[in-house]
Design a protein around this ligand. Structure first.
Ligand code: ZN
Length: 290
């Protein structure tokens, strides 16, 4: 008889488990009724949030998910943002930076990214997990290009590609091949034009990626809206300094030399110092360039 009851109890447990009711509910029927439900809810919520982070990465930072071809747009920038770089994979194994970020007097325009020498057909990798926002072609500009939105809040742009290996809205993991490098669009010689954006605003990719040493500048990059940021050449770490910066004029300096030295436009220097093309500068004078 004892064995029969044991078997009966066991059968009841098995039926209960099979029907989705936890065995502990039968044993602890005095426990608050909704304990089990809360457990289910939080699991479901967690799964839902996890799935949503893939459906719509960085939802808190970006008001919408759209596949339009705009690369840069004026999103609302946070005052500061900590970007997790720990899962990084270098977008290319190539190490040679052929053009830096900032104002190029040679081209008379701002260069919104870094150029890295690649061979046509070299694989380009997603540096962080996220989702493909835009895939497009711009004959006189970027050529074949891709914009990724990452879960860490960053967006990255890859231009002059020869082949795209992903589709819009595709979820990517850090290290997934996304494209092959090339020479499409306005480009002389195969290279990767690489941009890093926060809410549509380009920031210097060198604040995050060190292509020469194939690494990142830290476990986190902290963007600060009201600071000028640069990388210390000795430590390779990001340094925040005051936004307003001055150059002390030495003999032989001209305003255009100062502009070139700091990678800013001459018109910016005129504006900041209330100067014009006829203005004369003297050694020892402080000229604001940022
Ligand atoms: Zn470029």
């Amino acid at each position: 008889m004892k064995t029969f009851f044991r078997a009966l109890i066991l059968a009841a447990f098995l039926v209960a488990i099979a029907s989705g009711v936890k065995a502990q509910d039968l044993l602890a029927s005095q426990a608050p009724y909704d304990t089990h439900m809360e457990f289910v809810d939080s699991m479901e919520l967690r799964n839902m949030l996890f799935n949503e982070s893939y459906l719509y990465p960085s939802e808190d930072l970006y008001p919408e998910w759209d596949n339009n071809s705009r690369v840069h747009y004026s999103g609302k920038l946070p005052d500061s943002l900590r970007i997790d770089l720990r899962e990084f994979v270098m977008p290319t194994k190539n190490v040679k930076v052929t053009d830096i970020f900032g104002y190029r007097s040679r081209r008379r325009r701002v260069h919104n990214g870094l150029d890295i020498k690649v061979q046509k057909g070299d694989t380009i990798y997603a540096p962080f997990s996220g989702k493909v926002r835009t895939i497009a072609y711009q004959r006189r500009g970027y050529g074949h290009y891709i914009v990724l939105r990452h879960n860490n809040g960053l967006e990255t742009v890859y231009a002059h590609l020869s082949k795209k290996l992903v589709k819009e809205n595709q979820v990517v993991k850090a290290g997934d091949p996304i494209a092959l490098g090339g020479n499409s669009g306005r480009s002389t010689g195969a290279h990767l034009h690489f941009e890093t954006l926060i809410c549509g605003k380009p920031i210097n990719p060198a604040l995050i990626f060190d292509f020469k040493n194939q690494g990142v500048t830290g476990e986190y990059y902290v963007y600060r809206k009201n600071k000028h940021q640069s990388v210390d050449p000795k430590t390779g770490k990001v340094v925040d300094s005051d936004l307003q910066q001055y150059h002390k004029v030495r003999s032989g300096d001209t305003l255009s030399k100062i502009a070139t030295k700091y990678g800013v436009s001459l018109s910016q220097i005129y504006k900041l110092n209330k100067m014009n093309a006829r203005s004369v500068i003297r050694p020892g004078q402080q000229v604001r360039y940022r």
